[in-house]
Structures are given as structure tokens and as C-alpha cells.
Write a protein that binds this ligand. Structure first.
Ligand SMILES: NC(=O)c1ccc[n+]([C@@H]2O[C@H](COP(=O)([O-])OP(=O)(O)OC[C@H]3O[C@@H](n4cnc5c(N)ncnc54)[C@H](O)[C@@H]3O)[C@@H](O)[C@H]2O)c1
Length: 336
């Protein structure tokens, strides 16, 4: 039987989630919710379900909900997630939240703790890792094809002129890049960062720390580096992830588009173009959401959720460590 799904926050991304649920046989949208009445009403008409204007009234209505998407935004694209997420979790509903889990680590911790206490599945839309190419690359890591992991290099950059906060770039974009790095290399224990306020294309000086170079030491000894920017675009592409090891390395481009394995012992390469038929980043929403639905239908233990809220919390902790490192000019060690 299809899972009864509610969506909270019917802006651009709430509607992307809705489009994925509509096409997925594992889901049926039973409620939409937005504090902006027109948005909730328009979505209700489009998806054929009741509209609500607060999570509280949605829960009070008694409508049966198996799981919910949390697609609010707010400061640094994560400031509004906390209150409605806590309301859903307190109401006993598993949540798939948007990234960043929160722009404030203490609030992220409280949400993760509540989900744990209530034994609820709590995932985050860390969609960049939910691609057939990333899955295969992770299998290579797990099977030892790269040997002992040595280095990871990640680049993620786009054009985003948003100046609403000094660290909007790191907090809003880099949950994605850091999650992919962690997916392949595990937990990070130390962070050091340099940052630069770039210029817009029309030569205006930015206030946002829109360029960052972040070094990371992983628990397993891997040394990693993230290059991030909101001053890219055009021919820059979006992302490139490389992992090297004692036996070989791989390069994963645009999350799903190109995956290449390079052996250390030979010049032969193994190359996949659009593995699994996935052609672009836009398709990662559907694959991530499908996995979330599958895991809910199978009632997997909350600790087994792929791209779980705890992963997202750890990404934000790394981001805060990078910010601290830059402002205090020191290496910051992380304790989980
Ligand atoms: N995973 C990805 O690749 C990806 C890509 C882009 C954006 N995002 C994330 O998606 C989220 C949403 O982005 P967006 O561009 O759709 O934002 P948006 O501002 O267009 O939409 C957010 C909606 O949430 C509503 N809202 C706010 N508080 C609410 C509450 N308490 N209850 C109900 N509704 C509430 C707002 O009225 C608004 O309609 C952000 O967190 C953003 O970072 C993720």
C-alpha cells in the first residue's frame, strides 16, 4: 500500500518533492501545508488533497500521515525548519527534511535527539549521493578496490549572489559537498579553512564569504580538501569529487554524469557515462525520495536511514568548524 505523505512548505522545492511523490507508486500525497494560504491552496488543488496553514492544524485534523517532507527555508535556507519539524516529530511522524538540517547546530542537535527519543526515522534530502554512480563508487571503496584511502578532493560551486548573511555560502550549499565527502571517507576530526569575499560578475564587492578552501582530516587518516564558491556558474559545472587510494582512484563528476576509475597499476580506465540512465542532477530528488519511501515502507530502524539527520548534523558541525577556523585562524578539532 502507498504511504500517506504530507508536505510542509510549498515553495519551489516543496513542489519538487510533490512532483516526485506523484510519480512514485510508493506514495500518495494526503496533505499539503504552508503558512502562505495561497501556496497551500494552489498545491492542494494541484495534488488533490486538503490544504493546511500550520503543522499544528494538520496534526489536529486527525488526517493519517505515514511520513512528511519538510521543505521550509528561512535564514541561510535552514532557519525555518526547526519548529515545524519538532511539531511533526512530537506528533510521531517520520520526517524527510531539506538541507541544511538547520543553520544552527544546537537546533539540529535537538531535532536529532527528539527523533532518536521517539524512535522515528528522520532523513535529510542529501540528494547528491543518491545516484547510481555514487553508489558504485561507494561499492568500490567498500570492496577495497581503491586500497587504503589516501586523499579526497571535492569541488562544488555555483553562481549565487545572495548576500543575506556572511556565511550563507558555506551553511546553505556545503551540506551537499561535505555529505558526499563523508559518504566515501567517513567522519571528519579536524578542519582548517581559508575564505575570501569575491566579486559579482558586475564587479561589486561581496559581503558574503563566497569562496572557501577547507582542509579536512578524516578519522581514518584520509586528508581531504573542499573547494567551494558562490562566484562560479557558466562553464564551471557544479561538482567534482575525487577519491584516491593505494590501488587506484575515482573521479565522479556532476554527481551522476561521469564516473571514472583509474588503476594505480595500469593506464587502463573504466568509465561510466550517465550510469543507470541518470542524466542530470534534477533526477537526484526522485531517487533520494524513492529510497526514503522504500525505507519507510520496510520500516527500517531509524539508525539505518540512508542520508539520516545525524549525517546532516555532522555536516553542519564541519561547516561551523570551518567558519571558526577561518575567524580564529586555527585548526578546529571536532568531538561528536
Ligand atoms: N536538496 C537540494 O538539492 C535543494 C535544492 C534547493 C533548495 N533546497 C532546500 O529546500 C528548502 C526550500 O527551499 P525553497 O526554495 O523551496 O524555499 P521557499 O522559500 O520558496 O519555500 C519555503 C516555503 O515554506 C513555507 N513555510 C515557512 N515556514 C513554514 C511553516 N512553519 N509551516 C509551513 N510552511 C512554512 C514558506 O511560506 C514558503 O512557501 C531550503 O531548505 C533549501 O535549502 C534543497
Amino acid at each position: 500500500m502507498a504511504l500517506r505523505v504530507a508536505i510542509v512548505g510549498m515553495g519551489g522545492i516543496g513542489n519538487v518533492h510533490a512532483g516526485c511523490y506523484v510519480k512514485d507508486p510508493l506514495a500518495k500525497i494526503v496533505a499539503v501545508c504552508d503558512i502562505i494560504k495561497e501556496r497551500a491552496d494552489a498545491a492542494a488543488a494541484k495534488y488533490g488533497c486538503p490544504a493546511f496553514y500550520s503543522v499544528k492544524s494538520m496534526l489536529k485534523s486527525g488526517i493519517k500521515i505515514d511520513c512528511a517532507s519538510m521543505c521550509t527555508a528561512g535564514k541561510e535556507n535552514g532557519g525555518d525548519h526547526y519548529t515545524p519539524t519538532m511539531e511533526l516529530l512530537n506528533g510521531g511522524i517520520p520526517v524527510l527534511g531539506e538541507k541544511p538540517i538547520s543553520n544552527e547546530v544546537p537546533k539540529a542537535r535537538r531535532m536529532v535527539a527528539l527523533a532518536k527519543k521517539k524512535r522515528l526515522r528522520y532523513g535529510i534530502d542529501l540528494n547528491h549521493r543518491f545516484t547510481p554512480a555514487a553508489r558504485l563508487a561507494r561499492d568500490w571503496v567498500d570492496q577495497g578496490r581503491l586500497g587504503r584511502l589516501h586523499i579526497t578532493n571535492m569541488t562544488m560551486w555555483i553562481n549565487n549572489p545572495n548576500e543575506t548573511s556572511p556565511h550563507f555560502h558555506l551553511r546553505a550549499l556545503h551540506p551537499h559537498s561535505i555529505d558526499v565527502m563523508r559518504y566515501f571517507c567517513g567522519d571528519v576530526v579536524s578542519v582548517q579553512a581559508f575564505m575570501l569575499q569575491g566579486k559579482t560578475m558586475d564587479d561589486r564587492q561581496r559581503k558574503c564569504w563566497s569562496n572557501a578552501q577547507v582542509n579536512m582530516l578524516f578519522k581514518n587518516g584520509v586528508v581531504g580538501h573542499l573547494t567551494g564558491s558562490y562566484d562560479a556558474g557558466g562553464g564551471f559545472g557544479l561538482e567534482r569529487c575525487e577519491v584516491t587510494g593505494s590501488k587506484g582512484r575515482f573521479v565522479l563528476e556532476e554527481a551522476c554524469e561521469e564516473l571514472t576509475f583509474y588503476s594505480r597499476a595500469s593506464s587502463e580506465t573504466e568509465h561510466y557515462h550517465h550510469l543507470g540512465g541518470m542524466t542530470g542532477f534534477g533526477e537526484t530528488f526522485a531517487s533520494r525520495i524513492h529510497r526514503w519511501l522504500e525505507q519507510n515502507q520496510k520500516k527500517v530502524a531509524p539508525s539505518k536511514v540512508d542520508g539520516c539527520a545525524e549525517d546532516a548534523l555532522k555536516c553542519q558541525m564541519i561547516i561551523e568548524a570551518a567558519i571558526k577556523s577561518w575567524h580564529e585562524k586555527k585548526i578546529v578539532n571536532l568531538k561528536y
